[in-house]
Design a protein around this ligand. Structure first.
Ligand SMILES: CC(C)(COP(=O)(O)OP(=O)(O)OC[C@H]1O[C@@H](n2cnc3c(N)ncnc32)[C@H](O)[C@@H]1OP(=O)(O)O)[C@@H](O)C(=O)NCCC(=O)NCCS
Length: 199
């Protein structure tokens, strides 16, 4: 049986693994970039290291098979990411890379990228990923519900996320849960934002 529980520091390697294996629009991104560290270094590890109290995992008894991770305050997180986190890992990357990797690196180096126009209405943002074998069993809904309760306890107004426009399944999932598209999403073609009030 798969259970939802708070993140523990010993889960870090599994979170890294889930991030890589779901990082290509929900498919396995292993070997896609100059280092498999790239996606976890941007989209997973900074969250569990700085706000572990807002990280929750799906545990099958053997290992973590999925997670939801978040920051309560996107403005503060963006500052910390650009001032402290990214400089501590950015030296691993560079040189000649694919256009896709160059785009990811440029986005990571841009502290403004996280500040959607609606950020003050929806100050928290999240990432959620489940390994294929853990999908379609209601775990995504349970992880989001757990996170929303934790945010409500902290008095956070609302929650948003930014996702690749080509991730049709994820878009359908978020809409089913009651997320609506951010008006600012029309600003960009490759990604869009979705948001929901706190529970
Ligand atoms: C997207 C993801 C988090 C959804 O989690 P999940 O556990 O598979 O989804 P759930 O089983 O909890 O589904 C919750 C609800 O959404 C609906 N839903 C989920 N995926 C759907 C889809 N592709 N189309 C339509 N509805 C969908 C379910 O039917 C369910 O509805 P119900 O609760 O009213 O019965 C998960 O599939 C995943 O990790 N995918 C790969 C990584 C990824 O794309 N992450 C998101 C990046 S932005």
């Amino acid at each position: 049986m798969i259970t939802i529980r708070p993140y523990r520091p010993g889960d870090r390697a599994d979170v890294y693994d889930v991030c890589v294996r779901t990082g290509a629009t929900g498919q396995d991104a292993s070997g896609m970039y100059s280092s498999d560290d790239l996606l976890p270094d941007i989209y997973a590890l900074p969250y569990v290291d700085t706000e572990p109290e807002l990280a929750f995992v799906a545990d099958d008894g053997e290992r973590v098979v999925g997670y939801v991770i978040a920051t309560a305050d996107t403005r503060a997180f963006a500052r910390w990411f650009s001032d402290t986190w990214w400089p501590s890992v950015a030296g691993k990357y560079g040189g000649t890379v694919s256009d896709a990797e160059a785009g990811i690196l440029a986005s990571a180096a841009d502290p403004e990228r996280m500040l959607v126009s609606e950020v003050d209405d929806y100050p928290a943002h999240l990432h959620i990923d489940l390994l294929p074998e853990a999908q379609g069993q209601g775990l995504g809904r349970r992880l989001i519900d757990t996170l929303r309760s934790a945010l409500a306890e902290r008095g956070v107004r609302g929650l948003h996320l930014t996702m690749g426009a080509d991730n049709i399944n994820a878009g359908a999932f978020y809409r089913r849960l009651g997320f609506t598209e951010l008006a600012s999403s029309t600003d960009t073609g490759t990604s869009f934002g979705m948001a929901i009030e706190r529970s």
